[in-house]
Design a protein around this ligand. Structure first.
Ligand code: CA
Ligand code: CA
Length: 233
């Protein structure tokens, strides 16, 4: 016969296992990109569409100052004295100002900086749980929103060609391995698109709801234990 106590313990263990699994599902895209958060901090000034200042919270060896100026890699926004400059600056301000950004700093150059001393980075935005969102990165978002053009420098580590598929290529590498002429390639591309743009956001939302539910159930269980303890004492 199984006692009510061991049954309850099993239920708690199952809830913890469920929460752990959901956490792993949420952070799986994050941990697949090892250098996604070499440094992070709060954006405290926006210069223009592709340049802003970060008050550093976590630093890598390339970070030298408490406030670092970041120049986004491989994109180019209009200058502020041009007609479209202020709109690009405003977009960056609206998305990033006073928010935490995670930085992948260029590893190809020794200092990770350009000739102006700015850190060359791909920037990642923060999600609901404070975790870095692997895609879209802000560099790509800036381009796809029409506030920058791609300008792929070959003297840095970054390849904008990977920005769209970098999550899925880590999760389902066998799809990327198909030759381009193979009809399965198109199917793979469609699956990647559906996964990245449709399924993944729904999965994250669903995981969030399940986490909330699991947390609420866990809290109810703790309250019951407290009440039982008070009643029996
Ligand atoms: Ca890097
Ligand atoms: Ca590049």
């Amino acid at each position: 016969m199984i006692s009510s106590s061991s049954s309850c313990d099993f239920g708690v263990a199952a809830k913890f296992a469920c929460m752990l699994l959901l956490c792993l599902l949420i952070i799986m895209p994050v941990i697949s990109l090892a250098s996604l958060d070499e440094a992070y901090g709060i954006v405290t000034n926006v210069v223009d569409g592709d340049t802003f200042d970060v008050t550093v919270e976590k630093a890598s060896e390339k970070v030298a100052y408490r406030v670092e100026r970041v120049r986004l890699a491989d994109v180019d926004s209009p200058e502020m004295d041009s007609e479209k400059g202020p709109a690009a600056r405003d977009f960056a301000y609206a998305v990033l100002m006073n928010k935490r950004v995670f930085l992948d700093i260029d590893d190809l150059s020794k200092t990770g900086r350009d000739s102006y001393g700015r850190l060359i980075c791909v920037a990642y935005m923060s999600g609901f749980y404070g975790q870095p969102i692997a895609a879209p990165n802000f560099n790509r978002l800036l381009v796809e929103s029409g506030f920058a053009s791609l300008d792929n420098f070959t003297n840095n580590e970054f390849d904008p060609g990977n920005w769209r598929s970098e999550i899925v290529s880590q999760i389902v590498p066998q799809i990327d391995a198909q030759p381009k002429s193979d009809p399965l390639q198109k199917l793979g591309s469609d699956l990647q698109k559906n996964f990245t743009e449709d399924l993944l956001p729904k999965l994250s939302q669903s995981a969030g709801r399940e986490l909330d539910k699991a947390a609420a159930e866990g809290w109810d269980w703790i309250k019951k234990q407290i009440n039982t303890s008070i009643t029996s004492s």
